[in-house]
Design a protein around this ligand. Structure first.
Ligand code: GDP
Length: 300
């Protein structure tokens, strides 16, 4: 958490800066409220959520007769934290059960950070004493399987891959089977995100899931979402939630954006908890998502 805070505060944060300048005004006039609203929208909280948050904050300030900047800031922090639904279950099901590995499907559009996130999750689990196996079910780009295999070597996980342009579902099936045969704890299946239309995506991801389920249930389906793509990325991501039963979101590239407010929009619009955040390209740049610490980092 300390690391999360440090990393986020090092990133350029319009949100924090904007609010600080607003909150250093003498009194909260209409201009100040507008500026608070603008800075939330600039941070990608989303228009609808911003209106709700500001409305609630105004009501609080009125009822409590808040005067000082520090008090307003504390109340805004509470509103933002509550908008992040701190009570959601954000645990990741990675433990083997019923004599078989936990199986995680990793989905999302190309470039969102799927392969990198597989590598980072593998790293965390292996550091924890678990055994991990990767399945390279993104068979459309040869480079994708190479990249995953490189991560595998780096963190100490075997990678199961198929022939180039082969059937993704059959790679996924083989990976889980090998995981069962070897008594592996966790199998992470990296999928292709090249599909732009919903029918193709549904066909392919649906098939991957069905085939994997021949071995037993999928434990987690993680949607990887690039925080820098903002509200547009969110719309794209929605398609995945319609196609597969997504159990958690990993929000990547939060290190390179002032738009951390997207977390609020993601949970609100997709109704799925953000479980992890990506804070860089390195193997250790992954952190559990913790609302209160996140809001502190956001407010600067
Ligand atoms: P995929 O196509 O979804 O598998 O995406 P990749 O894992 O190949 O990632 C695409 C690019 O984003 C790569 O250059 C990664 O190094 C980079 N990347 C992934 N996660 C993060 C992150 O949390 N922060 C930053 N700064 N870059 C990231």
């Amino acid at each position: 958490l300390v690391r999360l805070r440090a990393r986020l505060s090092r990133s350029q944060n319009v949100f924090g800066r904007g609010l600080l300048s607003v909150l250093s005004r003498d009194h909260l006039d209409e201009d100040a409220w507008e500026e608070i609203e603008d800075s939330l929208i600039t941070a990608d909280v989303g228009v609808e959520a911003t209106q709700v948050i500001v409305e609630r904050l105004r009501e609080r300030v009125r009822v409590l007769g808040t005067r000082t900047v520090a008090e307003v800031r504390a109340q805004l922090a509470e509103e933002l934290t509550s908008a992040l639904e701190p009570d959601l279950d954000r645990s990741l099901r990675t433990a083997p059960h019923d004599g078989r590995p936990a199986v995680l499907l990793v989905v999302g559009v190309n470039g969102a950070g799927k392969t990198t996130t597989c590598g980072k999750i593998g790293r965390v689990l292996i550091a924890d004493g678990r055994t991990v196996l990767f399945g390279a079910a993104d068979t459309f780009r040869a480079a994708a399987a190479d990249q995953l295999a490189t991560w595998g070597e780096r963190v100490g996980a075997e990678t199961v891959r198929g022939p180039e342009a082969g059937d993704p579902a059959s790679v996924a099936f083989d990976a889980v089977k090998r995981g069962i045969d070897l008594g592996i704890d966790t199998v992470l299946v990296d999928t292709a995100g090249r599909l732009q239309n919903k029918v193709g995506l549904m066909d392919e991801l649906g098939k991957v899931k069905r085939v994997v389920e021949k071995h037993g249930p999928v434990d987690e389906t993680l949607l990887i979402l690039d925080a820098t793509t903002g509200q547009n990325g969110l719309e794209q991501a929605r398609v995945f939630t319609e196609v597969v039963d997504v159990t958690g979101v990993v929000l990547t590239k939060l290190d390179g954006t002032a738009k951390g407010g997207i977390v609020i929009a993601v949970q609100r619009k997709l109704g799925i908890p953000v479980k992890l955040v990506g804070l860089g390209e390195g193997p250790d740049d992954l952190a559990p998502f913790e609302p209160a610490a996140f809001v502190e980092a956001l407010l600067g």
